[in-house]
Ligand binder design. Structure first.
Ligand code: GUN
Length: 285
């Protein structure tokens, strides 16, 4: 029976992290600063705590300076903005990451826009998104960037292909559309209002899904030979982690697919390190 190539994000990410650690050592030998990342977590979101811990651990393993800030859920936006102002001025800090989601009383655009674009290692600031839209990216959103690096690592070119994105979030779907457009794909973005998702998927050579709904995308909907990038990370009641695509049935139909866990997730963190190193190199001239 036909089985898909399983895209090993864990391995590609580990290689990228080794390369980054090597560049940090080379900087140290030249007497240059190590990259510094500040991570801010507001509140007690369980998934966010796990992600923040992994980001800090990855920083330390790559030889970065990491500083972590835990703020209570009822912290005022003013206090958060004052912390960002301080970090914007701190010469040891090259990247500032505010983990999302934020508590409801905070206004995400106001917080994101307070970070100076040169330290916006999440790539969420309108300046950085605008640069990506205008075909000259500087710091780019980590998850879509990680997806593109996975395609590159497996020699899968989006050029001229029909790419269908499912989910139009600010963090993944929208910037992923810009990344795929940049690489020459014909891009369709589907979302909750899309009338006929199955008809869109039937034409898709590349499918990128980020909706947060376990096993939502069925193998029957996919075009034989497609490449599937599954950004979903969903924890079932049993404790098992699964993606947004029904992996076990899809793997018999498509050409290549990312697993969950071990697909896109590790690439997000590796690209955060890449962005922080790039921010450091741009700031520490
Ligand atoms: N929440 C979910 N994904 C992300 C991410 O990539 N960055 C931040 N800051 N928050 C997130």
């Amino acid at each position: 029976m036909h089985t898909a190539t399983i895209i090993n994000g864990k391995e590609v990410a580990a290689q990228l992290r080794r390369d980054i650690a090597g560049m940090v050592r080379a900087r140290a030998e030249q007497g240059r600063m190590c990259p510094g990342l500040a991570v801010i977590l507001v509140g007690e979101d369980a998934a966010s705590k796990v992600y923040v811990r992994s980001k800090i651990k990855a920083c330390e393993e790559a030889g970065f300076l990491s500083r972590s800030f835990r703020l209570a859920a009822d912290t005022s936006q003013q206090v958060l903005l004052a912390l960002i102002d301080e970090l914007n001025e701190d010469p040891q800090i090259h990247g500032i990451l505010v983990q999302l989601p934020l508590p409801d009383h905070m206004h995400v655009p106001a917080v994101v826009e307070r970070i100076v674009p040169a330290k916006d290692v999440d790539g969420f600031h309108p300046y950085n998104l605008g640069r990506l839209a205008a075909k000259s990216p500087i710091l780019r959103p980590c998850t879509p960037y990680g997806c593109m690096r996975l395609l590159d690592a497996y020699g899968i070119s989006p050029m001229g292909k029909n790419a269908v994105i499912v989910g139009a979030s600010n963090i993944v779907g929208r910037p992923a559309a810009l990344e795929l457009l940049l690489r020459g794909a014909t891009v369709t973005v589907c979302h909750v209002k899309t009338r006929d998702l199955q008809a869109e998927l039937a034409r898709a050579d590349i499918v990128l899904v980020a909706i947060g709904s376990p096993g939502f995308i069925k193998a029957e909907w996919l075009k034989p030979g497609a490449t599937v990038i599954d950004v979903g990370i969903n924890r079932l009641a049993s404790g098992k982690l699964v993606g947004d695509v029904d992996f076990e049935s899809a793997r018999d139909k498509v050409a290549a697919i990312t697993p969950v866990p071990g697909g896109v997730g590790p690439m997000t963190i590796a690209c955060l390190l890449q962005n922080t190193l790039e921010a450091c190199e741009a700031l520490d001239v």
